[in-house]
Design a protein around this ligand. Structure first.
Ligand code: COA
Ligand code: AMP
Length: 634
């Protein structure tokens, strides 16, 4: 039996052989002659002379290879009370019909398509139909408002947008169409057409000549049995663009290519998630996030697993037993979600009485990522599920695990608070701010020695310079993860914090800089700072500290309400912005930089050193006082 050490060392000694072996598990239209092409791209490119279609490898290959009648997607929607299962053959038929409808609207290889949809099977079908045509998709999370969608429309200039009439949140129906129309209105780039899925919960009006009915468009092709061949796609052609928060309001378009992505994700299904083809895998996330891309859609389908597409919440749809019910009912072997989901369940069912009511005999392992997994939650989850709970660490940029516990190779001893060890492909190091390698046990910048492995992003969409500046320039020869952490003597990594202004709210990655830009637009605001403060359930919550213009004499509560509404309208409800604290001054360095990290530590009651460069330490006391007054703690 190979150990993790054997496999990791094997990769280190001969990455070419390691990745070519992994690549051979897929069907290529032109197999690559070698794995790595050092002379291409910012740090090299993977499988650059190969051609491969991701949709073919997710669907056709399995239909032809004996899985036609196996469930590919189980849609379980406790929020609407619906369930639907699609076999690989049925899913392929849906994807082909939609691909044909997209072709009718002129979509061809290279054209971008935005997908703005709730968690319905058609969202995955849309992604796969784009992949079939070689048209890069860009999925935008449904919790983002018009302005965020407009920014993405302008950045990737889609020829077409696929959307739905509505999404369903607990207690309310979210009308998507007005948000979509608002975004198209705001954007300078105008898509030629939209395809709208009318949902029975709430329909919408279609604009003549621009909006087309999804069901009608695919029905004609289903009836006619139209076939659409898989486009011949270069391994380095983009499969998708996924926007993620950067340090400003302008999101970064993470590009994922076809070849490296398929190879890497396929490798992870057995080696990290320990599932065999045919088994049921569930990532409880949303297709709008990277976890949804990699592990609701592409990873499980590439490996011939049944994937669950869950439209609901961990609590309230209808209660905290839902996750256990889904795992039991669909015989889930591996499940993956963000720690915040289990914190929500724990709050509602602290003794795990609901879990005990379900047969979890098929479940082997639970995986957590997206934010720090606090030991309390892991210990609770181990106890109530009776299964190993695995923390693993990765980012939108990498698309798959940088540090994890490779259960399919061997279950390594769990150290609480650590996502375990570097995965093959990742040479993880911890550097000082000056770029020196730090001794084991010391806190510093977590970086990856270049090249990044297959599956990780080769660039940002139309922003090569920003890609280099944001990720490669600070530590030459390394990729900067923007996470701070340390590695212990056994090579276990501990991730402590971000080194930039990104915060993590309920597993959702958000930019405090972007929120500050919104607050600053309020006519009564002179200056502001947004910091991520600790929250028991969501991990972090954004808190705005706001200096009002001199002479403003309106009730503060009115302004606070307007700020909350602005954030919902501009970024979206997902920002979860509800805290706006009026202050007189903000703590700054002598050069004028706002000391956000110091404010956060002080509010969270963490130890902090008074920065030597602080201009006026008395301001921190004022902030503490304003916070006490606001939160009623003093
Ligand atoms: N469309 C429209 N609105 C959405 C939305 C969507 N797809 N998703 C979330 N929202 C809204 C919510 O309704 C909520 O609105 P409100 O302020 O009016 O109540 C707001 O955005 C915040 O949503 P969320 O952060 O999801 O908070 P919540 O209180 O509704 O639920 C959790 C909290 C922990 C239960 C939930 O975030 C969760 O399940 N998270 C873990 C799983 C996950 O998605 N992880 C992502 C990466 S793995
Ligand atoms: P995203 O790109 O949305 O997946 O967010 C990536 C960021 O989330 C990382 O840079 C980390 O800051 C944080 N993160 C993800 N997984 C973990 C984890 N297992 N432990 C600690 N932080 C994590």
């Amino acid at each position: 039996m190979n150990t993790y050490q054997d496999i990791y060392e094997g990769w280190r000694q001969d990455p070419e052989a390691f990745w070519m072996e992994a690549a051979n598990k897929l069907d290529w239209t032109t197999p690559p002659s070698r794995a790595f092409f050092a002379d291409q791209g910012a740090y090299g490119r993977w499988f650059a002379d190969g051609k491969v279609n991701t949709c073919y490898n997710c669907l056709d290959r399995h239909v032809e290879g004996g899985r036609a009648d196996q469930s590919a997607i189980i849609y379980d929607s406790p929020i609407t009370g619906n369930q639907r299962s699609l076999t690989f053959a049925q899913l392929k038929a849906e994807v082909v019909a939609l691909a044909a409808a997209l072709k009718d609207r002129g979509i061809a290889k290279g054209d971008r398509v935005i997908i703005y949809m709730p968690m319905v099977p058609e969202a995955a079908i849309a992604m796969l139909a784009c992949a079939r045509l070689g048209a890069p998709h860009s999925v935008v999370f449904g919790g983002f408002a018009s302005a965020e969608l407009a920014t993405r429309i302008d950045d990737c200039a889609p020829k077409l947008i696929i959307s739905a009439s509505c999404g369903i949140e607990p207690g309310r129906v979210v009308a998507y169409k007005p948000l979509l129309d608002g975004a198209i209105e705001l954007a300078s780039h105008k898509p030629e057409a939209t395809l709208i899925l009318q949902r029975e919960q709430q329909g919408c009006d279609l604009i003549e000549g621009r909006d087309f009915d999804y069901a009608e468009a695919v029905q004609a092709h289903k009836a006619a049995g139209t076939d659409v061949a898989c486009a011949d796609v270069a391994a380095t052609d983009p499969l998708y663009i996924l926007y993620t928060s950067g340090t400003t309001g302008q999101p970064k378009g993470v590009v994922r290519d076809n070849g490296g992505h398929a190879v890497a994700l396929h490798w992870t299904m057995k080696n990290i998630y320990n599932v065999e083809p045919g088994e049921v895998y569930w990532a409880a996330s949303d297709v709008g996030w990277v976890v949804g891309h990699s592990y609701i859609v592409y990873g499980p389908l590439l490996a011939g697993n049944t994937t669950i597409l869950f439209e609901g919440k961990p609590v309230g749809t209808p209660d905290a037993s839902t996750f256990w019910r889904v795992m039991s009912e669909h015989k889930v072997a591996s499940m993956f979600t963000a720690p915040t989901a289990f914190r929500a369940i724990k709050q509602n069912d602290p003794d795990g009485e609901m879990a005990a009511q379900f047969d979890l005999s098929n479940l082997r392992t639970v995986y957590l990522a997206g934010e720090r997994a606090d030991p309390d939650t892991i210990l609770w989850l181990e106890k109530v599920s009776g299964k190993p709970v695995i923390d693993h660490w990765w980012q939108t940029e990498t698309g798959w695990t940088m540090a994890g516990n490779p259960v399919g190779i061997e279950l390594m001893p769990v150290k609480y608070g650590s996502p375990t060890v570097a995965m093959p492909g990742y040479d993880l190091q911890v550097l000082s701010d000056e770029g020196e390698e730090l001794p084991r046990g010391e806190l510093g910048n977590v970086v990856v020695k270049l090249p990044l492995p297959p599956g990780a992003f080769p660039t940002l969409w139309n922003a090569e310079e920003r890609f280099r500046e944001a990720y490669l320039d600070e530590f030459p020869g390394y990729y900067k993860t923007a996470d701070a952490g340390m590695m212990d003597e056994d090579g276990y990594l501990f991730i402590m914090a971000r080194t930039d202004d990104i915060i993590n709210v309920a597993g959702h990655r958000l930019s405090t800089g972007g929120m500050e830009e919104v607050i600053a637009e309020h006519p009564d605001v002179a200056e502001c700072a947004v910091v991520g403060i600790a929250d028991e359930m969501k991990g972090q919550l954004p808190a705005g500290f706001v200096i009002l213009n001199k002479g403003v004499d309106r009730p503060v509560a009115e302004i606070q309400g307007e700020l909350v509404q602005m954030m919902r309208d501009r970024i979206g409800p997902v920002a979860a912005f509800k805290i706006a604290v009026p202050v007189q001054r903000l703590p700054k360095t002598r050069s004028g930089k706002i000391l956000r990290a110091t404010m956060q530590k002080m509010i969270d009651g963490e130890e902090f050193k008074m920065p030597a460069t602080i201009d006026d330490p008395a301001i921190l006391d004022e902030i503490a006082e304003s916070w006490r007054a606001y939160s009623g703690r003093g």
